[in-house]
Ligand binder design. Structure first.
Ligand SMILES: NC(=O)c1ccc[n+]([C@@H]2O[C@H](COP(=O)([O-])OP(=O)(O)OC[C@H]3O[C@@H](n4cnc5c(N)ncnc54)[C@H](O)[C@@H]3O)[C@@H](O)[C@H]2O)c1
Length: 369
C-alpha cells in the first residue's frame, strides 16, 4: 500500500547543535529547571538529534514541559544517591528529569568501576531518559564498557497476548573501540521504537505495515491508529522476552513501577515512576587496555570486512551509522520540519525565551546512509 510521502529535503529547516542546545537550556530554565541541570538535559536531547535519533531529541521538549505544567514531573528535583556496597549504589530520581537521575547514576557507576573494576547503579522514581546511547556515551567518554537498561510504559503485548503490557524498553550497551570505532548497541525490543510512530504522526507521514497493529488487531500504516493499538515485538517471543528482561532489571529490582504500571510520557495524569539499571565495567580487568583496544580493532575489521550479501554496499559496526550521522550533522546542522520548530517556539514564547535559531544556509552534505 502506498504510504504518505516523507518530508522532502527542501521542506527541512536546519539548526546548528549549539543553537539547539542554547534554545533548550533557556526553555528549561524558563520552566524552573536549574541551569546546571538544564545543560545536562539539553545536551542529552541534542546528542540524540545529532546521532539521527530524532525520535528522542529536542522535539520531546513540549511533552516534557507539559508534564511540568500538569505537576507530574518536578522541574526542581535533584536526584540523590545512596551507596549500598563498594560497587553498588542506588539513585532516587525524586520524580525529576530521567536524564539527571541516569546521569548521576552512570557518573557514580564509572567512579566505582575506576576504583573496583565494576559499578552497578539501580535508579528509581525517574522519568523517560530519551535515547539510551547518551548514557552509553557517558561511559565511553570515561573509557568504560557499559550496560544501560530502562523500563517504560506499556506499548507491547507479551508473546501470545493482545493488550499493551510491557514497554518498548531499549536495551543498550557499549565498549570502547580503537580510534573512535566504539561499539554502541541501543535498540528497542520492538520492530521499531514507538518514538518513530510519534515522529511520523507529527510529520504527517505513514508507517511501514509491520510496525504495529491498530486497536482491533489489524495491521496499519496510520501512526495515530498504531498509537491506539500495540507495537509489534522484534523476533516474536524473543523481543517480548527482552522487554520483560528490561522490566525485571529496571523495575522489579529498583523498587520503581513495573509490570505495566509505568506511566506513558504523554499521559499527564500521574508521575511516570520509571526505573533504570546501569553498569560500568573497566575493560582492562582481564587483559591490558592496549590488548583490549587491539582486539576491538580486529573485531571491527572482521565485522565491517565481512563478505556482503547482494545489494549491500557497506557493512557497519553497531553504532557506526549514528556516529557518521553525528559527524555529518555537526557540519550541516540538524534537520527539523516547520511544525516541529513552531511547537518548540511556542514553548519558548510561553516563558519569554528566544525562538530557536534556524540556519537558512545549511543543507545536507552526505548521501543517505
Ligand atoms: N527511553 C525510552 O523509553 C525509549 C524507548 C524506546 C526507544 N528508545 C530509544 O529509541 C532509539 C531508537 O531505537 P531503535 O530500536 O529504533 O533503533 P534502531 O533500530 O535505529 O537501531 C538499533 C541498533 O542497531 C544498530 N543498527 C541499525 N542499523 C544498522 C545497520 N544497518 N548496520 C549495523 N547496525 C545497525 C544501531 O547502531 C543501533 O545500535 C534508541 O536510541 C532507544 O534508546 C528509548
Amino acid at each position: 500500500m502506498a504510504g504518505k510521502p516523507t518530508i522532502s529535503e527542501s521542506q527541512k529547516l536546519y539548526v546548528k547543535d549549539v543553537e539547539a542546545q542554547v534554545f533548550v537550556q533557556n526553555v528549561l530554565v524558563g520552566n524552573g529547571v536549574h541551569s546546571k541541570h538544564a545543560k545536562i538535559i539539553a545536551d542529552c536531547l541534542v546528542q540524540a538529534d545529532l546521532r539521527g535519533v530524532d525520535t528522542h531529541g529536542i522535539n520531546r521538549i513540549p511533552s516534557y514541559i507539559e508534564r511540568i505544567r500538569q505537576g507530574v514531573l518536578d522541574p526542581k528535583a535533584t536526584p540523590s544517591l545512596a551507596q549500598i556496597t563498594a560497587v553498588v549504589a542506588q539513585v532516587d530520581g525524586h520524580n525529576g528529569f530521567g536524564f539527571l537521575a541516569a546521569h548521576l547514576g552512570m557518573k557514580n557507576a564509572i567512579k566505582m568501576a575506576k576504583e573496583s573494576g565494576i559499578g552497578m547503579v539501580s535508579v528509581k522514581h525517574s522519568n523517560h531518559f530519551g535515547m539510551s546511547a547518551w548514557v552509553v556515551q557517558q561511559a565511553l567518554d570515561a573509557g568504560m564498557m557499559s550496560l544501560v537498561f530502562t523500563n517504560s510504559s506499556p506499548a507491547l503485548p507479551v508473546w501470545g497476548g493482545k493488550e499493551k503490557l510491557m514497554g518498548v524498553s531499549p536495551i543498550a550497551c557499549g565498549a570502547p573501540g580503537n580510534d573512535g570505532k566504539d561499539f554502541i548497541l541501543d535498540m528497542a525490543p520492538s520492530i521499531a521504537a514507538r518514538g518513530k510512530i510519534f515522529k511520523a504522526k507529527r510529520r504527517g507521514e505513514s508507517i511501514p505495515e509491520d510496525w504495529a497493529l491498530d486497536k482491533d488487531g489489524n495491521k496499519t500504516t496510520d501512526p495515530a491508529a498504531a498509537l491506539e493499538g500495540v507495537m509489534l515485538p522484534m523476533g516474536g517471543p524473543k523481543g517480548s522476552a527482552l522487554s520483560v528482561m528490561m522490566d525485571v532489571f529496571s523495575g522489579v529490582l529498583s523498587g520503581s513501577a513495573f509490570a505495566g504500571h509505568v506511566t506513558n510520557p504523554y499521559d499527564t495524569s500521574k508521575p511516570a515512576d520509571v526505573g533504570h539499571f546501569l553498569v560500568a565495567i573497566r575493560p582492562d580487568l582481564f587483559i591490558s587496555a592496549e590488548k583490549f583496544r587491539e582486539r576491538m580493532k580486529y573485531l571491527y575489521g572482521r565485522v565491517v570486512g565481512s563478505q556482503k550479501m547482494a545489494g549491500v554496499e557497506r557493512i557497519h559496526f553497531p553504532g557506526e551509522i549514528e556516529i557518521l550521522m553525528r559527524e555529518e550533522r555537526l557540519k550541516s546542522g540538524i534537520p527539523y520540519v516547520a511544525a516541529e520548530i513552531d511547537a518548540l517556539d511556542r514553548e519558548a514564547e510561553l516563558v519569554g525565551a528566544a525562538k530557536i535559531k534556524v540556519n537558512a544556509g545549511a543543507h545536507r552534505t552526505m548521501s543517505k546512509l
